[in-house]
Design a protein around this ligand. Sequence first.
Ligand code: NOJ
Length: 557
Amino acid sequence: MEKVWWKESVVYQIYPRSFYDSDGDGIGDLKGITEKLPYLKELGIDVIWLSPVYQSPNDDNGYDISDYRAIMKEFGTMEDFDRMLEKAHELGIKIMMDLVANHTSDEHEWFLESRKSADSPYRDFYIWREGKEGKEPNNWGSCFGGSAWKYDESAGMYYLHLFSEKQPDLNWENPQVRREVFDMMTWWCEKGIDGFRMDVISLISKTPGLPDGIKGKNGYGDYGPHVVNGPHVHEYLQEMNREVLSKYDLITVGECSGVTVEEAKKYAAASGRELSMVFQFEHMDLDGGESFKWNHKKIRLSDLKKVLSKWQTELEGKAWNSLYWCNHDQPRMLSRLGNDGDMYREVSAKMLATCLHMMQGTPYIYQGEELGMTNYPFTSLEEFRDIESINAYHELTEKGVLSPEEMFDYISYKGRDNARTPMQWDDSDQAGFTTGTPWIAVNPNYVKINAKEQLSRKDSVFHYYQKLISLRKEYPIIVYGTYELLMPESEELFVYVRRLEGRELLVVCNFTEKEITYRLPEAFSGEKAKLLISNYGRESVGKEKMLAAYESLAVLI
Ligand code: NOJ
């Protein structure tokens, strides 16, 4: 397998709004990130994925961009950005930008021009259609509730918005749109940035004719089959690769909802004609249901193993995996798959980290994951900030699909705001995130869970992540080894082996709070066996092993 730096890297995602506020306005900013770079250096990560920092009216917290070449006022200035980039590079940390190009903000000048007149060169930058019998052009529902079409008075037509109505979809079929996007990307590359995370890139090519979708419980048609991995998506990405990506040494990851293993082999093919890797969603969707993600289902371990193992083995040698439990769109994994109660919070956070970081692929850590941050204890709807949760609550309760109590429970458990509460830096007021009033409430558990406390304690979750990262740098088997799942049926243990050039690495994770007897395979209990990491601080392992609650081990021979 070809050795490349981004396969050997660990990425850390920053959600700038919630990372660190340097000027007391309650909103994280670029100067704040610059100030905290030494913290990330200490953790040992190689790349920062920066959620959008561009100018935006913030309908969807920056995922609605009104100027790709300007910085959001609340986050600072372009000079602040340049300083941050320079400082990061001095520390050997690369910066991967979020590229949101399936849609822009409706306040982007392209859209303002587009809606003005049918003769504008920008009209065809977006997807405009006439209504059908006084109704929307098709039955698609938007990801954030309601129809995916909005009637625009001045244009006298509808425009498509797969997300909020302030996020009109760009028309990638128009070569001029692609040209503009590629020029903008080149502009950032020339500035010296190191990569792109591409927002919903699997949705940029729509099926011609935009056919109706199958109606769901919310009364709208599912656009999925008509936009996910659409007819020209690979063509467009190959063009992007030729025009921009291939000219620089970049890390690229496509956010590809609905991606299958077969599709991923095209997006992230080892031949490198498109992207370095993709984010797949199959493991995130395991607790989905009839009402989209809104439920309180538990993920079955055997299902999780099946999905993750499929991605491990089927991409082997053909494409590259990304590895993640958390991001700004997901609840905290510790509260979803681990145990966020006082007793097992730290061991279960470490176990989850072991399970993921010992796999093949590039691991992503979402801010606060390295501290074992948890979901927020919501008590009222007013505490939510996210357009997705708020709109879904109203839509599904008003239509009588779910009761207000059920829906409140579901958004509290699955809502994206769980990931977006401020980073917990210390036990001072507002967790040291801001001297002002934070834009979203701080999780009250910051008094116990914070970076300052964890930095001062050797056996903290932070230091465990630091060790996992350093092991990845020391042992090529963790990066490049092949993967085999053992005990696929077990609903308690996740066990797998990695293999590289005669060496083997056994990873054992107990996903339950029960003690479980586990017999190590003969070879791993011999003299030569080296325990690389243990979340119970053990020095060695015997043959017959009583695994404690949420215990994990990685043994090398
Ligand atoms: C995916 C992003 O991760 C999410 O935060 C955003 O709301 C949508 N794309 C729309 O840009």
